[in-house]
Design a protein around this ligand. Sequence first.
Ligand SMILES: [Zn+2]
Length: 247
Amino acid sequence: MNKLYCPLSFFFIFVFLSCSIHTKKNRKTGITDTIISPITKKEVVEPNIEIVKSQELPFTQSEIIADTSFVNIKDYSSDFVYDMKYATDDNFLKIQVYECAECYLRLKTVNALLKANERFMSKGYRIKLFDCYRPLDVQTKMWSIVSNPNYVANPKKGSIHNRGGAVDLTLVDNNGKELDMGTPFDFFGIESSHEFENLSEEVKNNRKLLRNGMIRFGFRIFDSEWWHYNLKNAKKDNLSNFKWECD
Ligand SMILES: [Zn+2]
């Protein structure tokens, strides 16, 4: 190898190795995910984060704040139903990890949910929310209780919930009754997967109704959980750790 090719070879080998350690293929889903490096303090604290507190923002002014700002969905609509499981001990952790029940999300996530809910309502249904933005400290607490990546995202990588782009939800009918989705929320078995076929026609139709209504407005499914939806490209937003105020 002559003097020119040798250093060039090392350069290309370095580039190849750099690329190969930043992506991985999820064996279960076949989806290639970006591996997020372990979080440093600098990444956790989102720079210039804009948090719009309740009552500060008239609905009509929503267009003047950045769509990555965190807002409380209650300030934008009274048409959602809430059952914020982690503000109670009625969850798989069996402890309350939120001081109070609020649903904060990035404005762009809220806007997409508003459109989805509007369409569901035109069909006689509405969205019931189980979980929204989750501060990174809460993710860490959940991980310390259940350190199983099948159930809880490792806080070293963070989840889309920590980025304000994920929601856990289901649909209720005009009487407020939840549609049968085959399993309860946070049921961690194969039956919760979108790929699970051994379900009644009614359950399949209910899941399809939810899935199609969410995908139509920019959400993406999470293969193993019928209730979890990520706003497209939300993975690019920063992790966050702000805490909402409770009365
Ligand atoms: Zn979720």
